[in-house]
Design a protein around this ligand. Structure first.
Ligand code: PEP
Length: 254
């Protein structure tokens, strides 16, 4: 049985004050969740968050990392630095990074490899645009994004990784994929992994992301290949995020 994971992507939101308030709500509310809970704050607040969560079961991740380990890369953060701060995970290839910062499949694959080498667990984001869905090429687009990482890093790399299916048209829009649409893509992802290694495919957690909230989480997480969620907007509200985490635990333990 794969343990459910709910990851909060705070994006570029928050201040040290608002994060203090959010974390105090999460720490008391997430004590008893069956699902693994992860928060991914902006990099400048990682130290504050890892220190605050030291005694808590809530894990901490970054939203991006450099593919390089050190050197003349102004403004970048190396994988080893994230480990140094106490991070366990890193989100890679989020559609905002692909669309706004031009990250290619090859760069995402290089980051994935560098993250693993440093001891971080990558969360690889894949997803189609609305135009691609309407053209009927969703599975090809996602297959290509995933295959770039399999080819570069090898299938064994997915033993310590998570995949997040995030339809671009559902991120921050309030439009959620139906549970059936999510399951179709999650199954295709698992089958693609399975062609390379069946047991890695069975163990790999595949999260759904795109306007997940307390009201739609149960239906999405009830699907057999949906192992939790990558949550943006709703992860900034402690009560709603805690409810989503509780729902994930309940759906995956029955
Ligand atoms: C995200 O940023 O990964 C995301 C899924 O955002 P939202 O939940 O706000 O759609």
């Amino acid at each position: 049985m794969r343990r459910a994971l709910v990851a909060g992507n705070w994006k570029m939101n928050g201040s040290s004050e608002s994060i203090r308030t959010l974390l105090s709500g999460l720490v008391s509310g997430c004590q008893a969740t069956v699902a693994e809970v992860l928060v991914c704050p902006p990099s400048v607040y990682l130290a504050q968050v890892t220190q605050t969560l030291q005694e808590s079961p809530i894990a901490v991740g970054a939203q991006n990392v450099s593919e390089h380990s050190a050197g003349a890369y102004t403004g970048e953060v190396a994988p080893g630095m994230l480990i140094d701060l106490g991070c366990q995970y890193v989100i890679l290839g989020h559609s905002e990074r692909r669309a706004l910062y031009g990250e290619t499949d090859q760069q995402v694959a290089a980051k994935f490899s560098a993250a693993l080498e440093a001891g971080l667990k990558p969360i690889l984001c894949v997803g189609e645009t609305l135009e691609q869905r309407e053209q009927g090429v969703t599975l090809q687009v996602i297959g290509t994004q995933l295959q770039a990482v399999i080819d570069h890093c090898g299938i064994a790399a997915f033993a310590d990784a998570v995949i997040a299916y995030e339809p671009v048209w559902a991120i921050g829009t309030g439009k959620t994929a139906t549970a059936e649409q999510a399951q179709e893509v999650h199954l295709a992802i698992r089958q693609q992994l399975s062609q390379a290694d069946k047991s890695i495919a069975e163990g790999c957690r595949i999260l759904y992301g795109g306007s997940v909230n307390a009201a739609n989480a149960a239906e999405l997480f009830a699907k057999p290949d949906v192992d939790g969620g990558l949550v943006g907007g709703a992860s900034l509200k402690a009560d709603e995020f805690i409810t989503i985490c509780q729902v994930a635990g309940e759906e995956k333990t029955v």
